[in-house]
Design a protein around this ligand. Structure first.
Ligand code: C2E
Ligand code: MG
Ligand code: MG
Ligand code: MG
Length: 275
């Protein structure tokens, strides 16, 4: 490993000395997989002006035996560098689809699941195989699954990622471009990757409705997507004002205004109330 990547890792975890940290985290992350210390939270995605939950996004957390709940930003970069991310990703896929199957069985059979794919997962042919096998194992229609790809990953590996998304699309799985608008956005990606959904980064939401410029950007993105037949999800809806501004536009919405990411029980409560 290069010193540079270790340094990047060190910036993530600040408590201990650098080398101790790296070794400890690597050991603990591997143990976490074995000991099943990861959990999935689910954040609902709303349609119909916020009235209906059309899907959920699975968001991983690490329940560390001493440190408690660790958010994904603290360990995903490190896990990528250590080569552990594909294993964590496989776990996320399996657990997410298992849970989705259960919700379908409860009668919420149109509910969709979105999974965030990591860079290294998309580089690896194994992930595609896992997706098709798990869909069959849990008897889930491929169009009930969406794979979220982060925009900044795309520019680094466009060819490989296009190959991956093309295969997924053939299978019927939806492709979503996450955090759109903050990376080196290229409209060309929309065409190359053939995304079915675009998630507008929450930084666009922050100054809506006050900022005319941001309002115009959002509405421009929406018009573009409508013409390309791409579904829009606005992330980071936090306030009533934001909600009211976008409620009558017919895109999907996600954010703390509706719900934080929650455990399955709490999600079921919301489903019972709304769907
Ligand atoms: P993301 O995919 O863009 O997920 C949305 C993040 O924004 C989540 O943070 C969510 O809790 C947060 N969020 C949702 N609504 C709001 C809001 O209204 N306001 C604000 N300020 N934040 C909001 P989280 O769960 O900490 O996840 C962070 C990132 O970690 C995710 O960003 C995703 O890129 C990555 N991640 C999470 N789970 C996985 C996973 O299973 N695999 C991979 N590869 N990455 C994951
Ligand atoms: Mg996401
Ligand atoms: Mg993401
Ligand atoms: Mg996002």
């Amino acid at each position: 490993r290069s010193g540079k990547s270790q340094f990047k890792y060190y910036r993530d975890i600040k408590q201990l000395s650098y080398f101790q940290n790296y070794v400890t985290l690597e050991r603990e992350l591997k143990q976490a997989l074995k000991n099943k210390e990861f959990v999935l939270y689910y954040q609902p995605i709303f349609s119909d002006g916020g009235k209906v939950i059309s899907g959920v996004e699975a968001l991983v957390r690490w329940i560390h035996p001493e440190k408690g709940l660790i958010p994904p930003f603290e360990f995903i970069t490190a896990a990528e560098e250590m080569g552990i991310m594909p294993d964590i990703g496989d776990w996320v896929l399996n657990e997410g689809l298992r849970q989705l199957h259960q919700w379908h069985t409860l009668g919420y059979d149109k509910l969709t699941l979105s999974i965030n794919a990591s860079k290294t997962q998309m580089m690896d042919d194994r992930f595609f195989k896992e997706v098709s096998e798990k869909l069959r194992e849990y008897d889930i229609r491929p169009d009930r699954l969406g794979i979220e790809i982060t925009e900044s990953d795309v520019c680094d590996y466009l060819d490989k990622i296009t190959e991956f998304t093309t295969k997924l699309k053939q299978l019927g799985v939806k492709i979503s471009l996450d955090d759109f608008g903050v990376g080196l956005s290229s409209l060309n990606y929309l065409k190359e990757i053939k995304v079915t959904q675009l998630k507008v980064d929450r930084s666009f939401m922050r100054r809506i409705p006050e900022d005319q410029y941001d309002c115009a950007l959002l509405s421009g993105i929406c018009t573009l997507c409508e013409k390309l037949n791409i579904e829009v999800v606005t992330e980071g809806v936090e306030t009533k004002q934001q909600f009211e501004y976008i409620a009558n536009q017919n895109h999907k919405m996600q954010g703390y205004y509706f719900s934080h990411p929650v455990l399955p029980d709490q999600l079921e409560e919301q489903l019972r109330r709304l769907n």
